[in-house]
Design a binder for this molecule. Structure first.
Ligand code: HEC
Length: 458
């Protein structure tokens, strides 16, 4: 979780202002201010360590809204149900296969411009090796979780699991990015609404070696990225140096703006995972649907477990044939979340005083977390009264699961309605990366930095 990781690693005691500020620093970093179109963070391996290509970011947004869109030819043309979600996911995978499968099957041939996928402005640069996009695959550095987030017998033998993720917007989504940043230095928030059919993909690769997690990663693809080692980062080594690190694509998180399939929230969130036991000649073929969600099932959001006994979620579909290791990382009450999403948290303390210790608490879901996307950053991405994100395992104060306050993170809102209510912040239409990019924008233009202004009173 890349951009997010700086928030998660920000010291707890820092006031909201500083935590928000550090995410800005992470995105554009001191030295890199002024370059919204930079491809990467400027750290490169020596020729003796790396002989492969360097991906150049595609920031050349279309001027007009392209016609081609999913569902091409009218996929399902009806609101999704748990019965139809799998068909929808398979149609989506078929639709993106010609343009996107290269990044998995032949990563050293990946060229986003040739493939028609777009990067995000204000997100490439940094003067820290953990920041921005690294130069080899253009990944953002991800959050570090403990191997114990996965239940035995599915744990890797490495102590930590980190992900390195690429984020790509399709041409329709990118045309909106072009409107929001028509003036790169003065974002137009009124244009922030994804056109119908927009597709955004986050593909996440994980750091354990295949030999450390064979049941999960056997036969997986390999990306090379230029980052400090996971251990150096986890142990907070001073001035960690980037190295050529191998990471194996494990999850593809995809969201589609589709008001027909999802009339209330407007979005369908889905995850595909690599299944080492699946059939299929290519690695891409062995990515299987993990599940989809198009709402938070708010009718159950006051239940302490998020789902009453004998009840079924109606807005999450989870594949019954999913790989077993993905069971422990589903979200609250079984709502959709993937193995790399950190929807379960350890070290939780609840508002009523329960210490949950090492227990994994399902505390989020794709749409719970993304629904908190607003600019300026205002509400925690998790159901917490505080704004900070402690590293997983350290004390994290959350509301009581099923309480009125907790339930605010499990409502269904359209993407133009900010969770914090109409008191200034603008909803980012369920987009997180845009929230961070907006945070970086005014820092350069000399305009007031709203996030800092707002929070500096703490
Ligand atoms: C606990 C929070 C959280 C959960 C749960 C979560 N995400 Fe995200 N997601 C993020 C953050 C933060 C980013 C911004 C990029 C980053 O830091 O990696 C992001 C980025 C993305 C992106 C790129 C566009 C954007 O909105 O920034 C997609 C697509 C995405 N996530 C899909 C999903 C899907 C699908 C799921 C569930 C299977 C999911 N996410 C679960 C926090 C979350």
């Amino acid at each position: 979780m890349s951009l997010f990781s700086i928030l998660l690693h920000a010291p707890n005691h820092l006031p909201r202002a500083i935590v928000a500020a550090s995410s800005l620093v992470f995105l554009s970093s001191f030295g890199a201010f002024g370059d919204p179109l930079t491809s990467n963070n400027g750290f490169y391996p020596d020729a003796s360590d790396y002989a492969g290509p360097f991906v150049a970011a595609n920031l050349d947004y279309p001027d007009t809204l392209p016609d081609a869109r999913f569902p091409a030819g009218g996929a399902l043309q009806q609101p999704l149900t748990v019965e139809t979600a799998q068909d929808y996911m398979l149609l989506l995978k078929e639709y993106i296969t010609p343009s996107f499968s290269t990044i998995i099957n032949e990563p050293t041939s990946w060229d986003p411009k040739a493939a028609g996928w777009y990067d995000l402005v204000w997100s490439g640069g940094s003067n820290a090796p953990t920041g921005g996009r690294e130069a080899l695959m253009n990944t953002y550095t991800g959050q570090i979780i403990h191997a114990t987030s996965f239940g035995a017998p599915h744990q890797p033998t490495s102590q930590y699991v980190q992900n390195h993720a690429v984020i790509y917007y399709d041409a329709r989504a990118a045309s909106m990015l072009g409107s929001v940043w028509a003036d790169l230095y003065d974002a137009d928030l009124s244009a922030l609404s994804f056109p119908e059919g927009s597709i955004v993909i986050k593909a996440e690769a994980t750091t354990p070696a295949i030999s450390q997690w064979p049941s999960v990663l056997d036969g997986a693809a390999t990306w090379q990225v230029f980052r400090p080692s996971t251990l150096d980062q986890a142990t907070k080594k001073a001035n960690p140096v980037p190295k050529v690190v191998e990471a194996h694509p494990l999850q593809m998180s995809i969201k589609v703006k589709d008001r027909v399939a999802s009339p209330v929230t407007g979005w369908v969130f889905m995850a595909f995972v690599y299944d080492a036991a699946a059939d299929g000649p290519t690695v891409w073929d062995r990515f299987v649907p993990l599940g989809a969600m198009w709402g938070n099932d708010p009718q159950f959001n006051r239940d302490p477990k998020g789902l009453p006994a004998n009840a079924r979620l109606t807005e999450t579909w989870v594949n019954p044939d999913k790989p077993a290791f993905t069971e422990d990382t589903l979200g609250w009450g079984g709502r959709m979340a993937g193995p790399m999403d950190v929807a379960t948290r350890q070290g939780v303390i609840t508002a009523r005083g329960t210490h949950m210790g090492d227990k994994n608490l399902g505390a989020s879901s794709c749409m719970s977390c993304h629904g908190a996307g607003e600019y300026p950053f205002t509400v925690n991405l998790y159901p917490s009264p505080n704004s900070s994100f402690p590293p997983n395992g350290e004390p994290f104060l959350l509301y009581e699961p099923g309480s009125v306050q907790w339930a605010q993170w499990f409502e269904n809102r359209p993407g133009d309605t900010a969770q914090s209510g109409g008191r200034g912040p603008v909803a980012t239409d369920y987009d997180m990366a845009i929230m961070f990019a907006l945070g970086a924008t005014p820092h350069v233009s000399g305009k007031p930095v709203r996030a800092l202004e707002r929070f500096s009173v703490h």
